[in-house]
Design a binder for this molecule. Structure first.
Ligand SMILES: [Zn+2]
Length: 240
């Protein structure tokens, strides 16, 4: 078979392998994108849960303080009843001091309750904000999944078409070349081949010897000594 024809076939096969790898890369990018968006949904849900928990904790604190306040107020009411019923000045003074001290405590509790209620008001908007963020990232995920499903069909059809054409060209390769080609492609895919343009390996750019170049143009199977790629003659080359 003419050298130029063999070089042309290898060049075509190399191009097809590159196209297949590019398509494969695009097919694999889809699930990665979906996985990234799914993690985004989970992160948004975790932020929503944290926001809800923050409100819940503040609410618990406010309830606890309100309970303490009610208990303190009923204690003051008891003391006031005792104050009104007491017989001695000394007792009267004791109850009055106790009531004054307890009133100070209820003031502190009232301030703490106000603070807790304000904190709830500050924290509460974070919950609907987080819900909106979840909805947005879920919509993006659904859109992306639909887009990827549509694209995957096209990409797979393209892969099948190129594979079919590729096999047709492969069948035309001479047996010894086919064996070499199968081996490099199996191990390196598209990176198993390179054009020997400018008398250097198109893959690793290592210069090839004049002898190797002559062999290549003479129709011999030549691989790059540096990277092992199966070389094919440049398009412009004519047999020597
Ligand atoms: Zn090389």
């Amino acid at each position: 078979m003419a050298v130029a024809v063999t070089a042309g076939m290898l060049r075509t096969l190399h191009r097809m392998h590159r196209q297949l790898e590019e398509l494969q890369g695009r097919l694999e990018a889809g699930p990665h994108r979906v996985a990234a968006l799914s993690s985004g949904v989970q992160a948004a849900e975790a932020r929503r849960d944290a926001a809800k928990d923050g409100v819940k904790q503040a609410r618990l604190l406010a309830d606890q303080k309100q309970l303490q306040l009610r208990t303190a107020e009923s204690k003051i009411a008891d003391l006031e009843a005792k104050l009104n019923a007491c017989k001695s000045n000394r007792e009267y003074q004791l109850f009055r001091d106790q009531i004054a001290a307890d009133r100070m405590s209820t003031k502190v509790l009232e301030d703490e309750i106000l603070e807790a209620l304000e904190r709830i008001d500050v924290l509460r908007p974070a919950v609907p904000d987080a819900e909106a963020a979840i909805a947005a990232v879920r919509r993006r995920l659904a859109d992306e999944e639909a887009r990827i499903r549509g694209e995957a069909g096209q990409l797979e059809a393209e892969v099948a078409r190129i594979r079919h054409d590729l096999e047709a060209v492969e069948r035309e390769l001479a047996a010894d070349l086919r064996e070499k080609y199968d081996r490099v492609v199996k191990h390196k895919g598209a990176d198993g081949m390179a054009a020997a343009d400018d008398k250097s390996c198109g893959g690793c750019h290592q210069q090839i010897t004049t002898n190797q170049f002559s062999e290549l143009l003479g129709g011999k199977i030549v691989t790059c000594r540096s990277c092992g790629r199966l070389l094919y003659a440049p398009e412009s080359a004519s047999p020597v």
